[in-house]
Every structure is written in structure tokens, then in C-alpha cells.
Design a binder for this molecule. Structure first.
Ligand SMILES: *[C@@H]1O[C@H](CO)[C@@H](O)[C@H](O)[C@H]1NC(C)=O
Ligand SMILES: *[C@@H]1O[C@H](CO)[C@@H](O)[C@H](O)[C@H]1NC(C)=O
Ligand SMILES: *[C@@H]1O[C@H](CO)[C@@H](O)[C@H](O)[C@H]1NC(C)=O
Ligand SMILES: *[C@@H]1O[C@H](CO)[C@@H](O)[C@H](O)[C@H]1NC(C)=O
Ligand SMILES: *[C@@H]1O[C@H](CO)[C@@H](O)[C@H](O)[C@H]1NC(C)=O
Ligand SMILES: *[C@@H]1O[C@H](CO)[C@@H](O)[C@H](O)[C@H]1NC(C)=O
Ligand SMILES: *[C@@H]1O[C@H](CO)[C@@H](O)[C@H](O)[C@H]1NC(C)=O
Ligand SMILES: *[C@@H]1O[C@H](CO)[C@@H](O)[C@H](O)[C@H]1NC(C)=O
Length: 522
């Protein structure tokens, strides 16, 4: 008698469901506070699982669910007074070349992500020695992190089109000190936001800001951070009324709090000039300019101007900012400088005004990360068996940081697929994880020499490409599914059960190879 099922198989399914729930839990918590597209992590936080920031009302959580390496440290107490609470703790990574955070944002695929990583050294290691390291987004290098002093806050921000529900942020040790991170934030934007697939932020200014403090969530529902900007040649004007976005637009426009403050030249007959020199060599820069009239003009007043970007006229028709309504212009430039002039037209009675600006450079983050279903499956396997190893970041990319015991197929620009999983002698406990059934491209599966219990599941026979299966040296029970033994694949399917001689049934698969069906310890 060769039974296919054992009762412990069902128990295995229940265990799995519980794990899925615990993965999703943090995001349900966020949804209650309307921060549903937010992941806000205070890296290295230890005292409590989460807290609500008093100024922004953003819920920050600790990072234990997003990374499994590194150590939590606190910055020196004398620096705490000068830095926001999110910077009081850091997670530092003294071990390993690459360490990663893996964030799951279920709303994210087919959307855009804003990913922001912030760092403040604060002499957390007592060495008074500023480290230098690299940060990667997925498989691609994002930036070098370089500090000016212990109190400088370095913020790197990218807006990019999501190709999966996962964001992998990795820190690379480049031999110039221990990498660490203070804050990691992800915000979900609409898929058409900013029109371009991948942009790295260089500047985001709230021109004419009154109070001199940054504006972000909850004023900006996407939690973009707007830094105050003014020039000594400009005077600030503002309204207390609300500035509205136009009914149709691609950009998430700046919030009213940013748009209702603006600057005009001190001298009414002057024009507005603005220079920006990026310290990069990007092939292209994207500049988003925002305007709104905030003064109710009298009958005989006209505010009208032209925009010149690096000497070239940007607008077709002269710009007439609309009263209490935002408008924007986008300029794409390929020079390594930005020289803006807003020159009033001859009939304009009022000087040009300027409400806000964002400057980005393009960055190619269109990358082949591992096929989403495979990532889901392997993360589940990782979580169920509590696998540590170097399983960090994307499983297959970059190739030089392929997860231990994994191999992948890389075909052209397609997403890599997991084709090989070897978890031999890994101390695995429990049943054979159902998530493995989702590794549809798997060819080699070696789970030998572990403490796996329960039945050999049917789903293994659904894995069309499976060529080698090694379950030797476990405490599996029940029968081997017949479908597995008559596996369509021509190649040999290897079964190696230690107790094969103790009453196993003998079968032949289609290729004619003798294989054994075994019942163990019943
Ligand atoms: C993190 O994981 C633990 C289990 O390790 C779980 O209890 C907790 O709810 C998860 N979420 C947060 C935000 O800590
Ligand atoms: C909650 O989100 C909705 C839609 O995203 C928005 O209209 C609303 O203003 C938000 N409420 C709060 C309190 O932030
Ligand atoms: C404003 O600029 C005009 C032309 O440049 C100049 O003649 C005038 O003196 C300036 N006014 C003030 C108050 O500086
Ligand atoms: C814009 O105005 C500035 C001075 O206000 C002037 O130097 C510049 O030539 C003007 N640009 C154009 C294209 O007229
Ligand atoms: C930009 O290019 C110049 C000249 O090729 C080079 O000197 C400079 O180091 C580059 N800067 C960066 C940030 O790569
Ligand atoms: C992964 O597979 C390729 C192609 O079969 C092979 O060359 C490579 O050595 C394998 N890598 C590992 C880490 O097993
Ligand atoms: C799995 O790895 C072990 C040693 O690490 C090796 O002996 C074994 O052949 C591998 N299994 C497969 C299917 O390649
Ligand atoms: C089986 O795994 C254990 C550790 O889990 C290891 O010590 C032992 O050498 C392994 N045996 C074989 C035959 O690989």
C-alpha cells in the first residue's frame, strides 16, 4: 500500500498561512493612518516596534522585519539634540560586503516608488571617523554616501518605475569604513508621475518659504520634502488661501503649502535668475518649474514672462500664472548646468514670480531583477526555514551576489529565474514548503540531510523542468506521488531515501529508470 497523503501535510499549509499574514501585517497597520503607500523605517530602532513622529505624524517602525543582518547602535547623546528622532539610532553593518533591506510594497507593481535613504553619522561608533560607502537600489549602484561632518544628514532620493512589489536597498562596504543607515522610506506614486521612468533627486525647493522650515507629509500627501529657498535679490510674498492643482495633470503637483509662498524680484523692473550647478555628469536632467499667481491682480495689472533655460526659450506662449491654480513646465537639459531666466514681457506690469522647482537627473534603473513569483516563493522559503546565509537583496542579481545555494537562468533582458535550489544540510525543520511549488523554472532541488517531516507533496510533480530531486536524509513519511515517478521529463529523477529498503515499492518512470517509492516510519 502506497499512500500519497499524510495528515501532517495539512498542518504544513496552516503554518504557511500564518507566516504570510505576519509578513503583511505592518502595512495593514499603516493603512489605518492613511499612510497606506508608505513604508517608514527608523533603522536600528530598538526600544519599541513603532512610534508616531510628532511633527510629521508619520509612523516609523523598527527594521527587524526588513533586514536580518547588522547591529543596532545609538548616536552620541550630545548629537541627539541637533537631529530628529529618526536619526538617534542607526543600523550598522560591520560584517559582509553587501547588506540589504528588502521592502515589500504590495501596491507597488505598475506604480512608481519614491525611495529615500537618510544617513547621519552622529559618531555612533565613538570613533569620530566618517565612513564612506555605496548604496545600491536592487542590482544597480545608486550613489556614494560621503559625509561632511558628524551632524550632516545625507539624503538620497529616487523616483522610479516599479518592476515588482519589492524594493531592495543594499549598502556596500567599499573599504572606507563600516556602512550604516539611519532612515529608509518608500512612498508609492501613480505610475505616470513625473513622466520619466527613473529620476534621482538633486533639489526640491519651496521658493519664498515663509517659516523657513521644510514642508513634507501631511501637507504633501506623497511626503516629498520641500526645502526652503530664497535669494537676497527676491522678496517673499504669500497668501493664506489654498492653491489648487489643475484638474488634469501628470505630475503630483506641489502641495498648496508650497505653492502659496513665492518670490518676486526686490525691484519690480528686474527679472528672476536662478543658477544650479549639479556635481554630476548625468546625460540628462529634468527640471520641473511650478507657478501660481497668489495676488489678486487689478484690472490694469499684468504678470507675464518668458522662461529661458540655458539661454533657450522654454514656453511657446508667454507664461501668465493663474490665480490660485498651479501650473508647471518641464525642461529636459543635457548640459551640466542649469541657468534659468524668467524675463518679463514688455507689456507685463508686474515682475515674474517663482513658487517651486524640482531638479532631477536621469538614472537607468531599468534592470532585470528576479522574476516576481520566484522572489515571493524564495522569500517564503527563507522565512519558513529561517534561513540566514547571505540571502539578502535580490536572489539572482547582481550575479556576483547570487544567493548561496541558488542558481538562476539569465536570458537576454528577461527577469532571471531560479533554476537551482540546494538546501542540503541546512538544518531545515518542518514540511516541504508549499512555496517551492511556485519555483516554476526549477531544475535542481536538493533538500537532502535535513529534518524535514511530513509527506512528499504532489506539487513536486507539477514542476515541469525538475530534473534532479534529492530528499535523502530526512524524516519524510508517506508515499512518493505516482505522478512524480512518471514525470514527463526525459531526464532522470533521483530519489534517495535512506530507508528505501524498508518496504518501499518499486516503480519505473517514463524514461524507464527504476525508482523507489518508499514509506518511512509510519
Ligand atoms: C515583525 O515580525 C514580528 C515577528 O518576527 C511580528 O511579531 C511583528 O508583528 C512584525 N511587524 C512589526 C512591525 O514589527
Ligand atoms: C487619506 O487619503 C485620501 C486619499 O488618498 C485623501 O483624500 C485624504 O485626504 C487622506 N486623509 C488624511 C487624513 O490624510
Ligand atoms: C530698479 O531697477 C531699475 C532698472 O534696473 C533702476 O533704474 C531702479 O533704480 C531700481 N530701483 C531700485 C529701488 O533699486
Ligand atoms: C533676460 O533678462 C536678463 C537681464 O534681466 C538679460 O541679461 C537676458 O539677456 C534676458 N534674456 C533674454 C533672452 O532676453
Ligand atoms: C565629470 O566629468 C569630468 C570631466 O570628464 C570629471 O573631471 C569629473 O570628475 C566628473 N564628475 C563626476 C561626479 O563624475
Ligand atoms: C550557475 O550556473 C552556471 C551555468 O550553469 C554555472 O556556470 C555557474 O557556475 C553556476 N553558479 C553557481 C554559484 O553554482
Ligand atoms: C548541493 O550541494 C552539495 C554540497 O554543497 C553537493 O554535494 C550536492 O551535489 C549539491 N546538489 C546538487 C543537486 O547539485
Ligand atoms: C548533514 O548535516 C549536518 C549539519 O546539519 C552535517 O554536520 C553533516 O555533515 C551532514 N551530513 C552529510 C552526509 O552531508
Amino acid at each position: 500500500m502506497c499512500n500519497k497523503f499524510s495528515s501532517s501535510d495539512m498542518a504544513g499549509h496552516f503554518v504557511l498561512l500564518l507566516f504570510r499574514l505576519s509578513l503583511i501585517l505592518p502595512f495593514i497597520v499603516h493603512a489605518q493612518d492613511n499612510q497606506s503607500g508608505f513604508v517608514s523605517i527608523d533603522c536600528g530602532l530598538v526600544d519599541e516596534p513603532s512610534y508616531r513622529d510628532e511633527t510629521t505624524s508619520i509612523y516609523y517602525t523598527w527594521d527587524v522585519n526588513f533586514t536580518d543582518t547588522g547591529v543596532s547602535r545609538s548616536i552620541s547623546s550630545k548629537h541627539k539634540a541637533s537631529l530628529e528622532r529618526q536619526f538617534w539610532n542607526v543600523r550598522s553593518f560591520p560584517e559582509g560586503t553587501r547588506n540589504c533591506y528588502t521592502l515589500f510594497v504590495s501596491q507597488g507593481s505598475s506604480k512608481k516608488y519614491l525611495v529615500r535613504a537618510s544617513f547621519a553619522y552622529g559618531n555612533y561608533d565613538g570613533k569620530v571617523s566618517l565612513p564612506e560607502f555605496d548604496i545600491y537600489l536592487g542590482a544597480k549602484r545608486w550613489e556614494s554616501v560621503v559625509f561632511e561632518d558628524s551632524l550632516s544628514v545625507i539624503t538620497k532620493e529616487i523616483i522610479y518605475a516599479a518592476s515588482s512589489d519589492y524594493v531592495h536597498v543594499c549598502l556596500f562596504n567599499t573599504g572606507k569604513g563600516t556602512p550604516f543607515i539611519s532612515v529608509l522610506e518608500v512612498r508609492v506614486l501613480n505610475s505616470d508621475a513625473y513622466l520619466v521612468n527613473s529620476l534621482e533627486l538633486l533639489a526640491r525647493f519651496d521658493v519664498g518659504s515663509q517659516g523657513g522650515s521644510k514642508i513634507r507629509y501631511p501637507d504633501d500627501i506623497y511626503d516629498r520634502i520641500w526645502t526652503p529657498y530664497n535669494s537676497i535679490d527676491w522678496k517673499k510674498i504669500h497668501t493664506s488661501l489654498t492653491v489648487h492643482p489643475p484638474s488634469f495633470n501628470f505630475l503630483p503637483l506641489p502641495p498648496s503649502a508650497v505653492m502659496r509662498t513665492t518670490s518676486v524680484p526686490e525691484n519690480d523692473s528686474d527679472n528672476v535668475e536662478f543658477y544650479f550647478l549639479p556635481k554630476y555628469n548625468a546625460s540628462r536632467y529634468y527640471v520641473y518649474l511650478y507657478f501660481a499667481e497668489i495676488q489678486k491682480l487689478k484690472e490694469n495689472q499684468i504678470r507675464e514672462f518668458n522662461i529661458f533655460v540655458n539661454g533657450k526659450l522654454l514656453n511657446n506662449d508667454p507664461v501668465n500664472p493663474l490665480y490660485l491654480q498651479s501650473m508647471y513646465y518641464v525642461s529636459v537639459i543635457s548640459e551640466n548646468k542649469l541657468e534659468l531666466w524668467f524675463n518679463k514681457t514688455s507689456r507685463s506690469t508686474l515682475p515674474p514670480l517663482f513658487n517651486a522647482i524640482e531638479i532631477y537627473m536621469t538614472k537607468d534603473f531599468l534592470q532585470s531583477e528576479t522574476y516576481q513569483t520566484d522572489v515571493d516563493a524564495i522569500l517564503n522559503v527563507k522565512s519558513i526555514y529561517d534561513i540566514k546565509r547571505n540571502w539578502k537583496g535580490d536572489p539572482c542579481a547582481p550575479v556576483s551576489f547570487l544567493w548561496d545555494g541558488l542558481n538562476c537562468s539569465y536570458v537576454g533582458s528577461n527577469s532571471p529565474r531560479i533554476i537551482y535550489l540546494n538546501l542540503t544540510s541546512s538544518g531545515l525543520i518542518g514540511t516541504i514548503a508549499p512555496a517551492i511549488s511556485n519555483l516554476k523554472s526549477i531544475e535542481y532541488l536538493d533538500l537532502s540531510n535535513n529534518s524535514l517531516t511530513g509527506a512528499v507533496p504532489d506539487f513536486l510533480s507539477q514542476l515541469r523542468f525538475l530534473r534532479v530531486l534529492n530528499l535523502e536524509g530526512n524524516k519524510l513519511s508517506g508515499a512518493i506521488p505516482v505522478e512524480l515517478l512518471v514525470h514527463p521529463k526525459n531526464s532522470v529523477l533521483k530519489f534517495n531515501f535512506p530507508f528505501a529498503e524498508q518496504g518501499g515499492c518499486l516503480f519505473k518512470n517514463k524514461a524507464g529508470t527504476r525508482v523507489k517509492e518508499t514509506r518511512v516510519h509510519l
